[in-house]
Ligand binder design. Structure first.
Ligand code: GCB
Length: 600
């Protein structure tokens, strides 16, 4: 009953449509180093709240939907006369009319193309929130569900020489059984929110690889290269431009996979203080793929997190993919430089990228700047943990996240969830995800942000999900959602796991420029005091190994409606959405710069 209040049946029709053929099967790794024909820019758009571009008046799938991009006498739409939106970019902040619109919305663009022999062409979408359907020259190419991970659809046979067009229907309608589910504390920016491009590869090409430093060593790099279009016995080579450049050749097996092992000479290990990246080149047949990679190990020993074998403390902050100054979904290099620049300015060595995978520019930039990264899938709050389709969806987003970023030295933590309700169904669901992540990438640490129980002035970490994790993440809001700031320092902690603990969130709202006494909520002084008291409390937790307070910058959230203070923004930022620093910024900066918290 509630779902019909959200929108008429057809409003949800596109988001819930499953077209049977063409679900993408390929996901190109390191696509930003591939030759691309960018399709960024102005796309024609049609707002289609009833889904009439895909459904007939009796709600059957149309054979002549908007995807045909027709111009007949009786055609009742015309992309060429419809207004444009910028790609990449959420639609909500580009046109006032679309501020709270969740879709569906149709995108169309013309482009010219020349087919080349012995080549495959993929249509790459960096991210489209939440579901999207791609047609090339009127033919269905692929669909994707999940708003924060990339996909590639094979357009080789759909393209022709000369004029071509592509139509993408994007629906950001929230679905109860989706990932994320209906309720979140962030804005549901819809649209083609990241780069769109054509990517050309030879018919035999590298789609995926993994190269990582082996734990306990300082010069052994293991992994694999996966090749599409290869025959067993085909060769691949991997070169690393260390002071003594090292190349290894390997042979592809019947599954297209070549195991790699090499010992580069003079390898300097990557760390936040020394974010050394090396040029890496992979080759097979006509395909050459370059990368820039750092090499380091990360592991847990008792309650320690070890980076390159040495204990490390994570001085960090949480970040949403929200664009500084202009607001809206972040996607530019400048956005990444600004956000991660603030982390460096704080004296931080770590960022939690909440609550979904961010644009690849963030992890690339973190590699370059030396910022350790926690990366997360949007399994957030009350997902439908009993639904096997929801699990499959979470698994595909987990896979896509790991696959895209597994060659980034900065990324050390995969998080499977945030603040989920503690019940057996949920524990089973998330344990499956944690085990999947570990199996898919045994070189990193698995975590989740747990809710913490309260008993009087004691915070208790005993969520059974902790058993499945390498590192315990815990969110707590002592001094904001519970108790007063003056209670924080006396709060005791009972942690049932002998594992490293990261306080993945704490914080308080403050409106930039609002001043008053330290016990007056919403003022900068109140927030600064919460940070001061929290740092005292956190210093007394012996197994604390890191923190990522909530949050670097104010971000848009429809839940935050208090006039004159929130006005549609969660105000827990250390800086406002315009980049103005609040007092708490310098409280945290002083602590991080003086190493005033967290002795590893
Ligand atoms: C939380 C959530 C985060 C919210 C934050 C808040 O615990 O993990 O997404 O934005 O609290 O401000 O309430």
């Amino acid at each position: 009953a509630l779902t019909t209040l959200i929108g008429p049946a057809q409003h949800r029709a596109i988001a819930q449509t499953k077209l049977d053929e063409g679900t993408y099967k390929t996901l190109l790794v390191n696509v930003d180093h591939r030759k691309q024909i960018s399709l960024d820019g102005d796309w024609h758009t049609i707002i289609d709240p009833y889904g009439s571009g895909l459904y007939t008046f009796h709600n059957e799938l149309r054979k002549d939907g908007y995807f045909l991009n027709e111009h007949k006498d009786n055609t009742e739409y015309d992309f060429s006369k419809s207004p444009t939106l910028k790609v990449p970019g959420d639609w909500n902040t580009q046109r006032e009319l679309l501020h709270f619109y969740e879709g569906p919305l149709w995108y169309q663009r013309d482009f010219t193309y020349q087919k080349k022999a012995n080549q495959r062409t993929f249509f790459h979408v960096g991210a489209a929130n939440y579901r999207s359907f791609v047609w090339v020259n009127g033919k269905f190419a692929c669909q994707h569900e999940g708003g924060f991970t990339p996909y590639d659809c094979d357009a080789t046979d759909l393209l022709h020489d000369g004029d071509n067009f592509v139509v993408i229907a994007v629906d950001a309608t929230r679905l109860a059984e989706g990932v994320p589910t209906l309720q979140t504390d962030w804005f549901n920016y819809g649209g083609l929110t990241r780069d769109v491009a054509l990517v050309e590869v030879p018919t035999r090409f590298i789609d995926d690889y993994d190269l990582h430093l082996v734990r306990g060593t300082t010069n052994q790099i293991d992994g694999y290269v996966h090749v599409i279009g290869a025959s067993a016995g085909d060769k691949v080579s991997v070169s690393i431009a260390t002071p003594t450049p090292t190349t290894v050749e390997a042979t592809v097996d019947a599954n297209g996979r070549a195991a790699i092992q090499l010992y580069p000479g003079g390898l300097e290990l990557w760390s936040p203080d020394h974010p050394r990246l090396y040029k890496v080149q992979l080759k097979t047949g006509e395909d050459t793929l370059d990368d820039e990679m750092g090499f380091r190990t990360v592991e847990v020993r008792g309650t320690q997190i070890l980076l390159n074998g040495k204990p490390i403390f994570l001085h960090g902050v949480s970040i949403h993919a929200e664009a500084p100054i202009r607001t809206g979904r972040a996607y530019t290099q400048e956005d990444a430089d600004t956000l991660l620049g603030w982390v460096k300015e704080l004296g931080g060595n770590y960022a939690r990228l909440a609550h979904y995978p961010h644009d690849q520019r963030m992890t690339r930039t973190a590699d370059r700047l030396g910022v350790l990264i926690w990366s997360e899938i949007p399994v957030y709050w009350a997902c439908h943990f009993g639904d096997p389709n929801t699990l499959a969806l979470a698994q595909s987003q987990l896979h896509e996240m790991i696959r895209r970023d597994r060659n980034k030295a900065s990324v050390i933590l995969w998080s499977v969830a945030n603040e989920t309700p503690n019940n057996p169904e949920r524990t089973k669901f998330l344990t499956t995800l944690a085990n999947d992540a570990r199996e898919y990438d045994p070189t990193r640490l698995i975590t989740a942000a747990l809710l913490v129980r309260t008993n009087g002035m004691t915070k208790i970490v005993d969520d059974p999900l902790g058993k499945a994790l390498d590192v315990i993440g815990a969110n707590e809001y002592v001094g904001w959602y519970e108790h007063e700031p003056s209670d924080i320092a006396q709060t005791k902690w009972q942690i049932d796991y002998q594992k490293p603990l990261i306080i993945s969130e704490f914080g308080a709202d403050a409106k930039f420029g609002l001043h008053g006494p330290a016990d007056k909520r919403w003022t900068e002084e109140f927030q600064a005091n919460v940070f001061t008291q929290q740092l005292i409390m956190l210093n007394n937790i012996p197994q604390l190994r890191g923190m990522s307070p909530w949050i670097l910058m104010d971000f848009r959230s429809p839940r935050r409606v208090l006039p004159e203070i929130q006005d549609g923004f969660n105000r827990k930022g250390l800086v406002s959405e315009k980049g103005e620093k609040k007092q708490a910024f310098s409280v945290l900066q002083k602590a991080y710069k003086n190493n005033g918290v967290g002795k590893a």
